[in-house]
Design a protein around this ligand. Structure first.
Ligand code: OOG
Ligand code: NI
Length: 317
């Protein structure tokens, strides 16, 4: 039941003998993420302890600066080279962002593993439309991306090492970006680091497969969920339901010696319901491709807020 397959016609790309290496890269990205984000680590452990089964990832997400080759393409390359297929574009005009998502290769080994060793996840990569920002903000983003030289060619390497491809910024530069775009400020200090992993709730085995029950369980366990527009984000067709935690903060030493807490990463949950045309299939026969695929702009717009000052500064749960 934890297998991944798809009917999508263009998903014929192959991962072949590179699969172990590719999964190793993802695993390193995840190690960086788990070491920096105690909430994500604790929640993964908690869900594992209750639902003592293989846990599947719905998707992984990254953020980028859409300027001079440092945007979506810089991170997408790894996934395209290992058999992923580019899918739809999502636009967020108010946030000056765009995103693309990628579906995994069909022939990846059917795996009984968990997380990164389970069915390969979808990939969600966004980019800030740098040209649309104020001159002052653009100047900072251009300064760091340009100073990284060919760093954009090594986005996946940077992500798996947990290293920025550019120098650490000044605190005042971080603040300037934060005043205009929290996404820009996040990307300046986190670079290509994994922004979140998403647990596929419908592939859990216990009552937690119901995302509403999982949300309640997470909150009862003392964790805060992103409340922007309501905790549960539901697509207009009702078939894609998502929620996420508020990002952890991490101490970051700026190049001027100032050390401040900055937003780091969060964890998301997604339940994909069975498409109407398959509603009579017995539960045991339902595969991932029978379920709602893709992403939802209005929901994503609110999930981006998981790293916002407003969500991080909320008191209590
Ligand atoms: C991505 C927010 C959107 C989703 O699943 O729709 C998202 C981000 O915060 O970078 O994760
Ligand atoms: Ni997501």
């Amino acid at each position: 039941s934890c297998t991944s397959s798809s009917e999508h016609a263009s998903q014929r790309s192959s991962i072949q003998g590179g699969e172990a290496f590719f999964r190793g890269v993802l695993e390193s990205m995840q190690t960086v993420y788990l070491n920096r984000n105690p909430t994500a680590k604790a929640i993964l452990d908690l869900v594992h302890s209750v639902d003592n089964n293989s846990l599947c990832y719905d998707h992984l997400a990254f953020r980028t600066f859409g300027v001079n080759g440092h945007g979506i393409d810089s991170m997408a390359r790894l996934f395209l080279d290992y058999g992923y297929t580019q899918r739809e574009e999502l636009r967020f005009p108010a946030k000056k962002l765009r995103a693309l998502w990628f579906s995994p290769p069909e022939d990846s080994l059917t795996s009984n593993g968990s997380g990164i060793n389970g069915p390969l996840p979808r990939i969600f990569i966004s980019e800030l439309l740098v040209d649309q920002m104020s001159p002052k903000t653009q100047e900072i983003m251009r300064k760091y991306t340009e100073s990284s030289g060919d760093g954009n060619k090594y986005a996946a390497l940077a992500s798996s090492l947990g290293h920025l491809t550019w120098e650490k910024p000044l605190y005042s530069e971080f603040q300037q970006l934060a005043s205009e775009s929290e996404y820009a400020a996040w990307t300046l200090v986190n670079g290509y680091a994994l922004n979140h992993v998403t647990i596929s709730t419908h592939r859990l085995k216990t009552h937690l497969k119901d995302i509403k029950k999982l949300n309640q369980f997470i909150e009862d366990s003392g964790f805060r969920l992103n409340s922007e527009g309501g905790v549960l984000k539901v697509s207009p067709d009702g078939l894609l339901q998502q929620s996420s935690t508020v990002a952890d903060s991490i101490s970051f030493q700026f190049s001027d010696g100032i050390t401040e807490l900055v937003p780091c990463s969060y964890i998301e949950f997604a339940e994909r319901l069975v498409l109407p045309q398959y509603k009579n299939l017995p539960d045991t026969e339902v595969k991932e491709f029978h379920r709602r695929d893709g992403f939802e702009v209005a929901s994503a717009d609110k999930i981006f807020e998981s790293t916002s000052k407003e969500q991080l500064s909320r008191v209590g749960s």
